[in-house]
Design a protein around this ligand. Structure first.
Ligand code: SF4
Length: 331
């Protein structure tokens, strides 16, 4: 596969043929009888100051991809190249400096914040672990970080349960920012929040990106949220990327039938008078243990042809950095 994003010199992260297979065991002796192919040969890159959206239905492998990039899960195969360094080869100790540069924020900030720690200790913890501040410096840094995410020093002595969902997500963001990361993996960061609060957190992430020069991998199942924040979007189905393109191109001219179906489900304001036809996908997502032969989407695709059941369509360059894995996709 060619370069998915054009210029290579400002690439921050490059992922090549990443696989994350989980063994399925059964019987008394727990014999391995198969593998869940959660991430199955995924390649993409992320540029400096770029937001790459990663979308798909629940269970498509997008969150597992995020965790594997940080080596919270050891990859089964593939390459994770961060600014020229192959992370997949590093030990836990060797990974430490890269853990600092690559942070993650989760969907449920409450479960990722220690309920027995006050906010100042939660945010100070990574500063201490990575020896980034000491003494009074720590308190000043915590106050600066709270300010950066729209909270203030009065919040420093409170416990996570004293905050709303949106405020807790801000605390999670402050903790991630404490170590001056370059890349943040945002794993469904607004999915648990009310719509009005979602917008505030998204706006905060955008402001922080322009202030601090961050890159994001923004994982979500809600395509309208992803559209708002992303520069490019990758669509995943059964552990594979089926389409990747710049956000405007993907939303205005989706090439893969799966992307077309996902987009048709987004309610849109009728400004132009033309209404997008809703495409109802038939059937369930097949098991990632035994994905269908050929194109994995063929069991649900409206345009399936005999050849779709024979071979998996490669992710092809359709021009202008628009890639799709469908035999019928045209430039
Ligand atoms: Fe549908 Fe065939 Fe394209 Fe797969 S390759 S998405 S089955 S038309």
């Amino acid at each position: 596969m060619g370069n998915l994003v054009g210029e290579m010199d400002d690439v921050l992260l490059e992922v090549r043929n990443l696989k994350q297979y989980f063994p399925v065991k059964s019987g008394l002796i727990q014999k391995i009888t198969g593998y869940v192919r959660a991430v199955d040969d995924v390649s993409f890159s992320v540029h400096k100051r770029e937001t790459l959206g990663l979308v798909g239905e629940s269970g498509c492998g997008k969150s597992t991809t995020g965790k594997t990039l940080l080596k919270l899960l050891d990859p089964t195969a593939g390459e994770i190249i961060y600014q020229g360094t192959h992370l997949e080869k590093l030990s836990i100790k060797e990974m430490r400096p890269f853990r600092r540069e690559m942070q993650i924020i989760f969907q449920d900030p409450y479960s990722s914040l220690n309920p027995r720690m006050v906010v100042k200790d939660i945010i100070a913890e990574p500063l201490i672990i990575h020896k980034l501040a000491a003494g009074v410096e720590i308190q000043q840094r915590v106050h600066d970080l709270l300010d950066l995410v729209g909270l203030n020093k009065k919040h420093a002595k409170r416990y996570p349960h004293e905050f709303s969902g949106g405020q807790r997500q801000r605390i999670g963001i402050a903790r991630a920012l404490a170590v001056d990361p370059k890349l943040i993996i945002c794993d469904e960061p607004v999915s648990a929040l009310d719509v009005s609060v979602q917008a505030q957190v998204i706006n905060l992430l955008e402001d922080l990106q322009s202030q601090l020069g961050l890159s994001y991998i923004f994982i979500a199942h809600d395509l309208s949220v992803v559209k708002h924040i992303s520069d490019r979007v990758a669509v995943m189905y059964l552990g594979k990327i089926v389409e990747i393109a710049e956000v405007d191109k993907l939303y205005s001219n989706p090439k893969h039938p799966y992307t077309q179906a996902l987009l048709s489900a987004i309610p849109e304001p009728q400004v132009s008078g033309t209404k997008r036809e809703r495409i109802l996908l038939q059937g369930d997502v097949p098991s990632p243990i035994r994905p269908p032969q050929g194109c994995h989407f063929h069991t649900r695709c409206l345009y399936v042809r005999p050849e779709c059941k024979e071979a998996y369509p490669p992710l092809r360059d359709l021009g202008s950095n628009h890639f799709a894995a469908c035999f019928l996709a045209k430039p």
